[in-house]
Design a protein around this ligand. Structure first.
Ligand code: ZN
Length: 125
């Protein structure tokens, strides 16, 4: 198994049926977007900022019910924000060496994980 150093996703480079898997980091999740906005590591463009401010005001004016999605969450779920140092293992056959495809973006890299320990044997009681 391998772990992406950017998104921390864990994946097998080869699937059980032998198909190769090429990891691509997903965009930031709603929780990651909220954290980035809270610590000022993400700046929204003018239209997204206006929509975000309106969603915050709507949630203040009409707080969402316990199981309802807030206006802010609904808005953030529509944003597609790539994470910094995103990894894209899809290959390109373009230069410098078409005979040896390279991945599109190394990003923050990946870590090869040690083999997983065998799951504990089931115990019948
Ligand atoms: Zn990733």
């Amino acid at each position: 198994m391998q772990q992406c150093n950017a998104c921390h996703g864990i994946y097998a480079p080869t699937l059980p049926d032998g198909t190769l898997y090429f990891h691509v980091c997903p965009p930031l999740s709603v929780l990651e977007l909220k954290a980035a906005l809270a610590n000022n590591t993400l700046t929204l463009n003018a239209s997204a900022k206006a929509a975000y401010d309106a969603a915050v005001a709507a949630d203040v004016a009409h707080p969402p019910a316990a199981n309802a999605v807030s206006q802010v969450d609904a808005l953030l779920s529509t944003l597609i924000v790539a994470r910094q140092n995103a990894r894209n293992e899809n290959v390109t056959r373009q230069q410098p060496d078409p005979a040896h495809p390279a991945i599109l973006s190394e990003g923050a890299g990946m870590t090869t994980l040690p083999p997983a320990a065998a799951p504990p044997a089931a115990t019948l009681t």
